[in-house]
Design a protein around this ligand. Sequence first.
Ligand code: FEO
Length: 394
Amino acid sequence: MRPIEIVKGIYDVGVNDWNISDFHGYSTPYGTSYNAFLIIDEKIALIDTVKSEFADDLLYNIAKVVDPKKIDLVVSNHTEMDHSGGLARIMHRIGEEKPLYCSKMGKKNLARHFRQNMNYQAVESGQEVNLGKRTLTFIETRMLHWPDSMFTYLKEDRLLFSSDGFGQHYAGYEKFDDQIGDAIMPHAKKYFANILLPYSPLILKLVDKVTDMGLAIDMICPDHGVIWRKDPSKIINAYVRWSGQEPRKKALVIYDTMWHSTEMMANAIAAGISAKGVDVRPMYLRKWHRSDIMTEVLDAKAIVVGSPTLNNGLFPTLADILTYMKGLKPKGKIGAAFGSYGWSGEAVKLLENELTSMNIDIIEPGLRVQYVPGSDALDACSEFGHKIGKAVAG
Ligand code: FEO
């Protein structure tokens, strides 16, 4: 299926990774793609590479367009190994003396990944490289999402090579947004929620910077998933909206259970929240993957968490999701904790500590039930849900 000529003389020579299902802890049931771009001009440029095990596929795709040895320069927009893993193999094949353009942090970080000498050319925002009829302009995007990250802009074709930005973990035969339509948006949202959320303030600044620079953008070419050509502003506007973290009237009841008692509480609490007109979903941690939960967290107002007490502590799946969620730094949430216990009952307090450490505003004291909840306890859960529902509904 590749190379794909995305505009005259510019090709996606990357690969689809159909079978990856876990991308460092993020579930990828649709696989992903590692996009890499070949620009044929008086000088021939390659923008980014692929994961190391696909380096030969990349070379094969390039060779269908041009002898890889004719590549004059390589750009590394980002050091993470899904885009740089193939770099050593590619540089060896095309000639290690060829210039490798990257940010200053990219030079440092690439040198810590690859021990061989490479002809690093560190660039700053605004710096240009002339290819003949076309010009590459580099835009540093530090901490979006690594210190080395940058975009490369091609002004003559009005293309933005955006590295991880605006990507989606999606492998498909569709290569452009207009070929898949709105079905791509949940993948883009999941990608944002699980990778870019902690950097939301920087994304808002970057969008302002790109607007101030007056860059005309006909196409956004990310390193994962489809290219945005029909309406690039659609994904830019979605990023602005997601970065703002404006919640909907929505609550999540995230829980695990040992003998169904915490589950009974979760269902009664969720029903109580729903009774106040709030969109709510119980999320059982052995059914829902942490990365799908984070996608739901993105626009939820209330995060309600439930855990049985196990060996004086939290149930391990709760520790997992809370650790993951804390790292992604969601903002502007309210929350509450609940759980069943047998004799000591520490879990609810521990959940509250975790919520507090994420600056989630606890709006109701934690609710505990010893062993199996009876009808009075379930009524209390329902009332607990009503209070949370009222707070969400405003
Ligand atoms: Fe797709 Fe940060 O790598």
